[in-house]
Design a protein around this ligand. Sequence first.
Ligand code: NAP
Ligand code: GDD
Length: 337
Amino acid sequence: MGKIALVTGVTGQDGSYLSELLMDKGYTVHGLVRRSSSFNTDRIDHLYEDPQEPERKLFLHHADLADGVGLVKLLRAIQPDEIYNLSAQSHVRVSFDTPLYTGDITGLGALRLLEAARAAELDTRFYQASSSEMFGSTPPPQNEETPFHPRSPYGCAKVYAYWSAVNVREAYGLYAVNGILFNHESPRRGETFVTRKISRAVARIQAGLQEGLYLGNLDAARDWGYAPEYVEAMWRMLQADAPDDYVVATGETHTVRDFCEAAFRHADLDWMEHVRFDPRYTRPSEVDDLIGDATKIRRILGWKPEVGFTELVGIMVDADVRRLEDELSGRLVRIDR
Ligand code: NAP
Ligand code: GDD
């Protein structure tokens, strides 16, 4: 019998890659989907199986991190060996507009799920999607010993969730881990995060559909990796002999300006002719510089990134160019890896 996993945030960037990885490894995956008035399963539609299929490996359930009782009922029914908590209001800029909602879902939501696992009396392993945003203004390089100084309601909520996972581990012996992931991107990245906003705009500008691109702070520096590699790190953390917390990063940093230059250059365009400043995209308090030191996970779990910055930019721009071509020609838009 293969293992059973529950993936919250299954409709998001990481949830879709993680589901693919787990299904390839023979898991049965249960995904938590929140109710939406429009379809929100684009990223996992290619994994969807007919409910009549007897050998199904993917099951979707309506639930919400706001609804603690629903989580207990779901966990009792599924009895997962592993829980990956990827659900969050994950947009940092939006968290300044919706700080209480972000605290409720991104922070308290993680504790609701942990408490639901305890209430359901499961012998399970728990992965919490922690974030480099927790380091905030603490200077780089950042590793597992670096103090947190979050700079956004999102960062504060993630710190709460981080310590909630550590606390259930220490208090009740639950196998709970934090993956402190630095930014990771892909063709499935949400369209309003800066990398995807840029790669999408490059495709549209190249096709003559758009002239300019409005961005905020170009000086911010991020340690950008490739999402499919990062979900492998999540899985490895839950296979270890003992629960522990790990930084996952490339160890390289680039500014938003660098990303613009590289993405426009990839399409033979000059970013300076197209990129303009709009203060609406700046944040009341910013995280200036993130560089992760992932020595620990490399040493203990043997994980290391392969895709570098220039390759990542190329993957994203090429995917958006292809996607736009599909859209314009009326072809079915395929999901990109
Ligand atoms: P994402 O694409 O924004 O996906 C977030 C997921 O959470 C979506 O499936 C979303 O559902 C779901 N969600 C939102 N509110 C919910 C609620 N109230 N109840 C249940 N589900 C809810 O994020 P991602 O990039 O895949 O990141 C996955 C996790 O890692 C997040 O927790 C994020 O904060 C964290 N993280 C991400 C990065 C990164 O660079 N990507 C780095 C560090 C940590 P809908 O599809 O319906 O919106
Ligand atoms: N989104 C966005 N839009 N960001 C912009 C823009 C813009 O138009 N212009 C400049 N930026 C800058 C932001 O100010 C920030 O410094 C940087 O680009 C990256 O922004 P995002 O791509 O929105 O990502 P993030 O770093 O704030 O947060 C992401 O990474 C975290 C890990 O460090 C999210 O995925 C979080 O969920 C994740 O935890």
